[in-house]
Design a protein around this ligand. Structure first.
Ligand code: ADP
Ligand code: ZN
Ligand code: MG
Length: 495
């Protein structure tokens, strides 16, 4: 029996306005090599200076991951030669990361699992290389962009857990507003380390997997690698300590290089940057910036609002969606609906109809704030349906028109003549009208009742109900009409 160990190293691009050690713009997608200066291009004699916004954002993430921020944190030079790194060294943190010894509680299907965070450290990104045929192109816009590296302890065991870790981390940094979390664009990149060993023997010899561009690839790459290592050990072979690449076309990992050691980088303290000692003001600014995090929000939506765990997760996945939900919930309560009833009704509308409508106009749930349906209007519709003022069917129809025509729901429903008819006298008249026209059907219905033929009875009732709705232009309240119909059948004489 083997045991597996997975540790992740996740790099996130911080959404700072400028790069981490110079004043160049930090933006994705600009014209290549336009956001460069002597500092990030490594000219002789230039001096870096720390972007305090990057340190602030880095510490926000560290604190959100329950890390402690030491009294002194500094930078080292990590030496290596590669064309994407014009200085031939990367300024990073080695001996004194800005965040230490935190944890994340994974909220899995089988319950909670704690993954320890070893450290978070701030560093600069390298440039981007684009290989085209025989030439390689270099874009240094990314060189010097603030990166935060988050390193976990090897506490995960499966590809699924690692995927969940990435998803939760992504949600967290998006909530904090410090990273857009876009894995395809490289704003969030993960390297996965994995080893296996016989149970009780501790860590095995690890393999690092790179090129995992989506959280799904993290899962697939790790699952593949665990299986590959098992097979090797089963065959009496050893696992080679190396770096492997995930090949998404072949669904397998492939060797890339044998792993370098820390010594190979000849780390030494960056002489041009002073030690950073966070003072009380800096620390309290970081704490103040910690918004309600996704896990807390999910718990609140589940326990205070009464949503199911799954609904709460779907709702909290995007901060904007959760905020929209809460605004609408405030409105339905203001209009007199009980909180939990309102929450469940809203969740049903938001997670199905509204998500679909957003999708149809090419908006993501994250863009809901710019959608042409205010939380107030949604709340109004939900309340009208809850009160039986409009049927669910007509309510949903009204929803589409409220958005398309930018109208007030109550006005629109009134004008369209969709207000549900709940006046018993009016419904009674419609019933009498149907009886006059279809006396034969009622006789059959009565017979089916007496004979206890449930199926026939249901078919005929559905037919009569359809006719009543027809008579009232689709507006009769089905509950009232149904009750009247049942009472009416009892009064009929059988032939
Ligand atoms: P390196 O010096 O190779 O960078 P680190 O100790 O910094 O190694 O760890 C890098 C990552 O690898 C961490 O996420 C850590 O949890 C993970 N890791 C370390 N050793 C193992 C192992 N034997 N098996 C699986 N993961 C490991
Ligand atoms: Zn620069
Ligand atoms: Mg390391």
């Amino acid at each position: 029996m083997y045991q597996s160990f997975i540790g992740l190293e996740v790099h996130i691009h911080l959404l700072t306005k400028t790069k981490v050690f110079c004043g160049c713009r930090s933006a994705f997608g600009d014209e290549p090599n336009t956001n460069v200066c002597p500092v990030c291009m490594g000219y002789p004699g230039v001096l870096p200076s720390l972007n305090i916004e990057a340190m602030h954002m880095g510490c926000m993430v560290a604190r959100a991951l329950n890390c402690r921020i030491p009294d002194h944190t500094w930078f080292e030079r990590k030496q290596y030669f590669y064309p994407d790194m014009p200085k031939n060294y990367q300024i990073s943190q080695f001996a004194s990361p800005l965040g230490l010894e935190g944890y994340v509680d994974l909220q899995g299907k089988q319950g909670e699992k704690r993954v320890r965070i070893k450290e978070c450290h701030l560093e600069e990104d390298a440039g981007k290389m684009i290989h085209t045929g025989t030439v390689s192109l270099l874009d240094y816009n990314r060189a010097g962009v603030a990166l935060l590296e988050i390193v976990t302890e090897p506490d995960m065991e499966t590809g699924e857990e690692a995927e969940l870790f990435i998803q939760q981390l992504r949600r967290t940094v998006r909530y904090l507003g410090v990273c857009d979390g876009n894995m395809e664009e490289g704003s969030l990149r993960a390297d996965a380390n994995v080893s296996i060993n016989l149970v009780g023997q501790g860590l095995g010899r690890k393999v690092e997997i790179k090129n995992l561009n989506t959280s799904r690839f993290v899962r697939l790459g790790l699952t593949y690698e665990i299986q590959r290592q098992k097979e090797r050990l089963d065959q009496g072979k050893t696992v080679i300590q190396e770096t492997r690449l995930w090949n998404e076309n072949r669904d397998q990992t492939e060797p890339m290089r044998t792993k370098e050691n820390a010594q190979d980088y000849r780390y030494f303290p960056e002489p041009d940057l002073p030690v950073f000692a966070p003072d009380a003001a800096f620390r309290s600014a970081v704490e103040a910036a910690l918004v309600e995090l996704p896990a807390a929000r999910i718990a609140r939506l589940e326990h205070a609002s009464g949503l199911s765990r799954e609904q709460a997760e779907l709702m909290a996945d995007e901060k904007a969606l959760a905020e929209y939900f809460e605004a609408a919930l405030g409105e339905v309560q203001a209009q007199g609906l009980e909180a939990r009833d309102g929450a469940l009704r809203l969740a049903n509308w938001l997670l199905t109809d509204i998500k679909g409508l957003l999708n149809r106009v090419g908006l993501a749930p994250a863009d809901i704030a710019s959608f042409r349906l205010s939380p107030f209007r949604l709340a109004t519709l939900v309340v009208m349906v809850a009160r039986g003022q409009v049927s669910m069917k007509n309510g949903k129809q009204a929803l589409e028109r409220v958005i398309a025509e930018d109208r007030d729901p109550a006005d629109l429903i009134r004008e369209a003549g969709w207000e549900q008819l709940s006046d018993p006298v009016e419904i009674g008249k419609a019933l009498q009208g149907v009886y006059a026209a279809e006396a034969e059907v009622f006789t059959q219905l009565k017979n089916a009742c007496s004979a206890g033929n449930r199926k026939r009875q249901r078919t005929l009732t559905a037919y009569v109900m359809g006719r009543i709705l027809e008579q009232t232009g689709g507006r009769a309240d089905p509950k009232i009409a149904g009750a009247q119909l049942e009472a009416f059948i009892q009064t009929l004489e059988c032939p």
